[in-house]
Write a protein that binds this ligand. Structure first.
Ligand code: GSH
Length: 229
């Protein structure tokens, strides 16, 4: 019954590989758990700045650990994650502001669900965190949009919309919303339980999250529970 569904908000940025893992898991579980998943594209750079946090990859040993961690997680989660050849350039020099404005524009245009936001986000992650491809240039966004099934004219309109003030403001508002839930990094998953928000940081809290919403965690591939480790 729609009314008994628990609302889960996923705040994410495609610059964040851990967000990709959380995103794929929740997209799989949205058909398994009694949840209403809301995708909330936001800007990790803004969260870092507002919270006074620093990207963990800036500590050399953490960076080495995360590179190894992500390799193992890619296997476990069955997500084709592979670090870009120059992660510093991809994450900190080029960043994701343009890409996240584009995703925000897709979200604003889409009515009756978020299938397009899901597909476009995935295609952008495929570019930056799987194929070592750019996500900052218009041509890159066009390619991602086409792969996600949008038409050339829709993409053209979205690219223009992405540069508009209302879309810039909307991305800021989503980022501020995450800050309101205490964000210091992504992914941030906010579960609304009995009218109260419960915020979880990371893609490694699903067992606890499931417990909090009264659902069962059966591993990262709920339709193939035998594949869990
Ligand atoms: N342990 C978390 C790590 C998530 C994580 O490191 N997220 C990065 C972005 S990719 C972040 O925002 N980190 C902030 C922090 O660690 O303080 C997981 O497994 O998902």
């Amino acid at each position: 019954m729609a009314s008994s569904r628990k609302v889960l908000e996923l705040f994410y940025d495609v610059v964040s590989p851990y967000s990709w893992l959380g995103f794929e898991v929740l997209c799989r579980y949205r058909h398994v758990w009694n949840i209403d998943l809301k995708l909330r594209p936001a800007f990790l750079g803004g969260v870092m700045q507002s919270s006074g946090n620093k990207p963990p990859g800036l500590v050399p040993n953490k960076f080495l650990y995360m590179t190894k961690d992500l390799e193992r997680l890619a296997q476990y989660f069955k997500v084709p994650l592979s670090s870009p050849s120059n992660p510093f350039e991809a994450m900190f020099e080029k960043g994701s502001l343009t890409a996240m404005r584009f995703v925000t524009a897709v979200a604003e245009k889409e009515t009756g669900g978020d299938a397009q936001v899901e597909k476009v986000s995935r295609e952008l992650w495929m570019r930056i965190w799987s194929k070592d491809q750019d996500i900052t240039q218009p041509a890159s966004l066009i390619e991602a949009g086409l792969k996600a099934g949008l038409s050339a004219s829709e993409i053209d309109e979205l690219l223009k919309l992405a540069q508009s003030q209302p879309i810039k403001d909307k991305l800021k508002a989503n980022t501020q919303k995450a800050m309101g839930y205490g964000a210091f990094g992504f992914p941030l998953i906010v579960c609304h339980v009995d009218g109260k928000p419960e915020a979880f940081f990371g893609s490694d809290r699903f067992e606890l999250l499931a417990h909090c919403i009264g659902e069962k965690w059966v591993g990262p591939q709920p339709n193939k529970p035998s594949a869990k480790m």
